[in-house]
Design a binder for this molecule. Structure first.
Ligand code: SF4
Length: 421
């Protein structure tokens, strides 16, 4: 296997737009985070709208006790006529008395709780003291004001960083940062074992086994939307390993390679550990590649996965990128990805939705990746769309998921062909 050399930095113009934008709010992250951290509970402090969003995005849990809920702020709370803190304490105490399985409680802020300036960080401190030894209470904001939906995970993980215990030694250890489906985490764990790299995952499956960290901690981001979490880890002395993200064969190889280099794994050992999985993944891409090669794709900004996915589609499936829009462009975290994009593609940050829709309609791409709100209008105008939120809910990282990831993009084109027959 040849080493995957990633150029470190390429200067490219970025189209920056600040206008009306169409995104879901950070509460959406609860949908995958409550599945990942199995002893955590997410209590949204919000309105009926927030409750409806969570309920319809996550579905109803019929067989299990739910691990998310909304403490609904009433009109009198919003008008400042009652002490919302007292009511919140009552709700939390009732919940924790009934559910001894909860070991970590997140108070999740929303637009309404922010509008009335309900201080959830003080509430979390107060409740943490009350329930010390039994339940940890943290808070973060999932509000939709000026954010996008994957920022909910970033805010959640960032709130947990101060809780990570200090490592007893300075021995190097790897931390993989970002919520991954368990099946993907298990695959990554096996590959790191073959490389003899000691690894922990953050967030963990149980809040009672938070990974320790110290000056020996090196971390790899598994998701491109974790700017605040990464900053807090760095503030605690951990070192980020720069790498593309583990999507597709090339991204996953380079991601593992960044760890292998930091932990002095020999090239031979790296090849022996990684090559079989990479070879299988290359084969798995072939079906979708036949359908996608040469097709033109346009990304609206939504999930923050746009740049790594565009790199994968262009370099491994020969798709042509028309525009790659992303809500935020973290130049440092994405520098390896940006360097791998073709030089002529338009990269845009932020959104002015009407102008972007005009560009998209004028370009008439074969496939548009966008949020739910834009998909139906674009479909009625004859464009084929893919919901970007699906890419966050589906296991798409790593070698074993590369074929599935490619198929997610091929499927809407197949569906459109069938409809036309
Ligand atoms: S947090 Fe804000 S944007 Fe999200 S559902 Fe609640 S009111 Fe709507």
């Amino acid at each position: 296997m040849t080493a995957c050399e990633v150029p470190t930095k390429v200067e490219r113009p970025v189209l920056r737009e600040r206008g009306q934008h169409e995104v879901f709010c950070g509460l959406t992250g609860i949908v995958w985070l409550h599945r990942k951290i199995q002893d955590a509970f997410f209590l949204v402090v919000g309105s009926r709208t927030c409750a409806h969003l969570i309920q319809s995005a996550a579905g109803v849990m019929i067989f299990a006790e739910p691990r998310f809920a909304t403490a609904i702020l009433q009109d009198k709370d919003l008008a400042g006529l009652t002490d919302a803190n007292e009511e919140l304490d009552r709700v939390v105490n009732r919940l924790l008395a009934r559910r001894p399985d909860i070991k970590l409680l997140f108070l999740v802020g929303s637009c309404p709780s922010e509008v009335i300036k309900l201080d959830l960080s003080r509430a979390a401190l107060r409740l943490s003291k009350q329930h010390a030894g039994a339940v940890r209470v943290l808070n973060y904001s999932g509000s939709g004001i000026e954010t996008t939906f994957t920022q909910g995970e970033d805010a959640c993980l960032a709130s947990m960083v101060p809780e990570l215990p200090q490592a007893a030694s300075t021995a190097p250890e790897l931390l993989v940062v970002g919520s991954l489906p368990d099946v993907v985490e298990d695959q990554f764990q096996r590959l790191f074992e073959r490389l003899s790299i000691p690894v922990r995952f953050f967030p963990p499956r149980r809040s009672t086994s938070l990974p320790s960290m110290g000056p020996g901690t090196r971390f790899l981001l598994a998701q491109p939307f974790l700017a605040d979490t990464a900053r807090r880890l760095e503030e605690r002395g951990a070192t980020r390993l720069a790498a593309p993200f583990p999507f597709g064969v090339e991204g996953t190889t380079a991601w593992f390679q960044a760890a292998a280099r930091a932990f002095d794994v020999s090239d031979d050992r790296f090849a022996a550990a990684i090559e079989p999985a990479a070879a299988r993944a290359k084969v798995a891409l072939q079906g979708a590649k036949q359908r996608l090669a040469g097709k033109r794709i346009f990304f609206f900004p939504d999930s923050q996965l746009e740049v790594p996915l565009a790199r994968f589609l262009s370099r491994e499936l020969d798709m042509q990128l028309v525009e790659v829009g992303t809500p935020y462009l973290h130049q440092e975290h994405l520098s390896a990805e940006l360097a791998l994009l073709p030089p002529d593609v338009t990269v845009s940050e932020g959104q002015d939705v009407e102008r972007q829709l005009d560009r998209c309609r004028a370009a008439r791409p074969d496939l548009v990746v966008c949020g739910l709100g834009l998909a139906n209008p674009l479909e009625t105008q004859g464009l084929t769309t893919k919901w970007s939120i699906e890419l966050v809910f589906t296991p798409v990282h790593g070698f074993d998921q590369a074929g599935d990831l490619a198929d997610l993009f091929a499927r809407p084109l197949v569906r459109r062909t069938r409809l036309e027959v």
